[in-house]
Design a protein around this ligand. Structure first.
Ligand SMILES: [Zn+2]
Length: 394
């Protein structure tokens, strides 16, 4: 473990500058004046000083994070200021990304992994190996890492992204129930780690860099193997007291339906989740082996794929209606593989919403597919790492 705080020898006004740059990414001097409350002369002087130490430099060419154009007068933290690692665990994959503190992604890889069946210990062994490999590809090592954030596809107890976060006792990811994956990964890597729910991370990324930008109240749905959800109000996640806020996948649509892995009957996930859709298509069109193929089939005009996605959209819309009446959001962002179906999913979902929500609640509501695709969750992990680097090493 690194015992020291991030950049311990940077104090006073220069500290305010590096923290502003870490949070916001590449910035103009005028933006730094606004964010730190320092005078323009002070900002310019300290930027020059930090540049002499190699910690700050001109922002490089536009990175993979959609931060918009980067004119030459932007400054950013350099690699010498540290790197962050984002990890997205899905039920069947692990994705690892490394970024520097100029918010540029240096590398990202995804691998298939049976996260749900293998259990925490074996999965985290694999994750640790992938983190080391991704850092090596970036020409770096664990000693450069100032923050690591791990997303898991299940509710996490413990409030805001936390090192002590415990996977909720439930059947959603039973082999992980009660585990503390951030502490376990920290023990394997020797760097600070915090954990959060994957849909929470995807929601933060879409609000910061994607389809939720500019929204004040966003509901984010991760429509993949399961149906995860998160709510972002004024830029902050609504978590609830035990981390399940926004988890609409286990709202019951049919009280006499099949029993779900959560213990209830007729959950939305059993009707509109990716696993259910693939089960349905197995008899009609078995060559659609995974969700990406099913979405591609729908886009290409396959009527079976279109029917399944449309019905999923309608059912999700009906369940969302209750949440829309209650929260009155201005945006719903549809992420996960099924979000890639675009209007084929969005239109039926709007119709389901229209049946279930009161008109006043949807008057200023837009429903849009996510813009970050399969990268949303890992980018959200990086976003939290940029925010938390100081606390992680403090
Ligand atoms: Zn359920």
């Amino acid at each position: 473990m690194h015992p020291q705080r991030w950049l311990p020898d940077v104090t006073g006004p220069p500290r305010r500058l590096v923290e502003a740059l870490r949070l916001a990414g590449p910035s103009t001097r005028a933006q730094l004046v606004e964010r730190t409350g320092l005078s323009r002369a002070t900002v310019s002087g300290h930027v020059a000083e930090l540049a002499d130490r190699g910690l700050v430099g001109p922002a490089g060419p536009a990175g993979q994070l959609p931060t918009g154009g980067r004119p030459a007068h932007l400054v950013a933290l350099t690699r010498r200021a540290g790197l962050v690692v984002g990890i997205d665990l899905g039920r069947t994959h692990v994705r690892v990304a490394v970024a520097d503190l100029s918010h540029q992604v240096l590398g990202e890889h995804v691998a298939a992994l049976d996260v749900a069946d293998l259990g925490a210990a074996r999965v985290l062994d694999t994750v640790a190996g992938q983190v080391r490999a991704e850092l090596a590809r970036a020409g770096a090592g664990l000693e450069d890492v100032v923050g690591t954030v791990l997303g898991v596809p299940t509710p996490v107890l413990g409030g805001a992204a936390t090192a002590q976060g415990t996977v909720a006792q439930s059947n959603i990811l039973p082999t992980w129930s009660g585990s503390t994956p951030a502490l376990e990964l920290r023990d394997r890597l020797g760097v600070p780690v915090v954990v959060d729910n994957d849909a929470n991370l995807g929601a933060l990324a879409e609000v910061r860099w994607g389809a939720g930008a500019g929204s004040r109240a966003t509901i984010y749905l991760k429509m993949a193997t399961g149906v995860g959800g998160a709510v972002v109000l004024d830029g902050s996640l609504l978590r609830g007291t035990s981390g399940t806020a926004g988890e609409i996948g286990h709202v019951s649509l049919d009280p006499s339906g099949d029993v779900c892995r959560c213990g209830n009957r007729g959950c939305l996930e059993l009707i509109a989740g990716g696993t259910a859709l693939l089960q349905s298509i197995r008899s009609a069109a078995p060559h659609y082996g995974d969700l990406r193929a099913l979405v591609a089939g729908a886009v290409d005009g396959d009527q079976v794929c279109r029917r399944l996605i449309a019905d999923a959209g309608t059912n999700v819309g009906i369940v969302l209606g209750g949440l829309v009446n209650t929260l009155n959001p201005d945006r719903i962002v549809l992420g996960g593989e099924l979000g890639g179906a675009g209007d084929l999913l969005v239109e039926p979902l709007r119709q389901g919403l229209a049946r279930a929500a009161i008109p006043a609640a949807t008057e200023h509501l837009t429903v849009v597919p996510g813009q970050l695709g399969a990268h949303a969750e890992v980018l959200g992990a990086l976003a939290v790492a940029f925010m938390e680097a100081q606390r992680l090493t403090g």
